[in-house]
Ligand binder design. Sequence first.
Ligand code: BG6
Length: 479
Amino acid sequence: MSKRYQFPENFLWGGATAANQLEGGYKEGGKGLNTPDVLPGGKVRLNVLKDPGFDFELNNELYTYPNHEAIDFYHRYKEDIALFAEMGFKSFRMSISWSRIFPKGDEATPNEEGLAFYDRVFDELLKYGIEPVVTISHYEMPLHLVKEYGGWRDRQVVTFFERYVTTLFNRYKNKVKYWMTFNEINSSFHMPILGLGFAIQKEEDHYQPTFQAYHHQFVASARAVQLCHEIIPNSQIGCMIVYLPTYSVDSNPENVLYAFQEEQLLNYFCGDVQVRGQYPSFIKRYWKEHGIELEIQPGDLELLKEHTVDYVSFSYYMSRTEKKDKNPEEVGEGNILGGIKNPFLKTSEWGWEIDPIGLRISLNQLYDRYQKPLFVVENGLGAYDKIEEDGSINDHYRIDYLREHIKAMGEAIEDGVDLMGYTSWGCIDLVSASTGEMSKRYGYIYVDKHDDGSGTLNRMKKKSFDWYQKVIETNGENL
Ligand code: BG6
């Protein structure tokens, strides 16, 4: 008989999404354009995300823009939430689109139609007893802030963000208890367009603007924590990082040190500021060596210190293997955040390395370091799904992937980790963030929408739908 795991009572089982990847309605209800609205669909998006000098303009002759309609959750949220409820979701992670609330980002008053939309969504979730878990900024910001202010480079954006979060907390204080500030905040070292709202210019050294923009986000995040606690006393607000446990390719101390330093920068730099309330000591040497001087205003460091997060949420898809002097051919095809191929791991159809043990390691590392409740708010397998002649979708590969990762969480809980919940990524098929594809599917629910934009948008249950329903019903005992 297979081992049965004990998950905590009130464990927040559910699914995760982001506004720009599922809502569509990109010009409806008074919404302004935001960064993902100008990101092209298809593998070209990956190049754009790393492109110095990307101009944030729409170019309909060259590209398609899948986020414009996405899966039309904007109109179909009732149907979708009913399906989540049927699976037994205890929580649903979603994000709010900043440009629905403040279409340009720098207005003095919010857009009532945008606010009313999220009221309707929260009411629908609460009707079924599903707890909304809300990301305030998931890889997007109003395009006007990008063009006029250079995104998070400009300190004024902190003030606009404060206005945005104050509006959200006041409006939804009786509906939303769980919040998180910036999605995968640490990924901006690799993809600043998504998280920081600017492209590094061709001739520019990326270190200075990236760290300055990060400082602004940390201040904004600490203010959000402060405001959240003041306005919604029983709330919890977390940070959100993409976590890739980093292995050295071998036991050569040069490589071990390199892997360790890469891990400090990617995995811990942001979390240390948001959870421990101060810049970690290792970053000071790094700044010195790269000639970085931050503009820090009086009061900033005290703010960071006083308003740390309540929990640590993170996404986990893969681990990373590092080597000091690697050559480009050694880099894994799907390792978009760096790392060389790991010969011990299989990959997804997009080259992402599959490593459930890495999740157990991540949970232990994060808990050892921060001693705060953890929340796995993303994890899942992007795969091509096939509809059989009888209409069924037998996504056994997804079930296998999820089962092994849930087991890893069960093991980590036995190791002593305090884990609040699990929201698997893309519980309903949606637009991929890195490639803009629909064919990279993660869902328990299939959406009839294709890379060329065709499709009826009809929803269908996959085999994993029933499987996950059982997992939740038995609180993770029946895997
Ligand atoms: C995370 C993001 O990096 O990974 C999500 O927070 C994203 O927005 C998810 O969709 C999966 O990545 P992708 O590129 O397969 O959509």
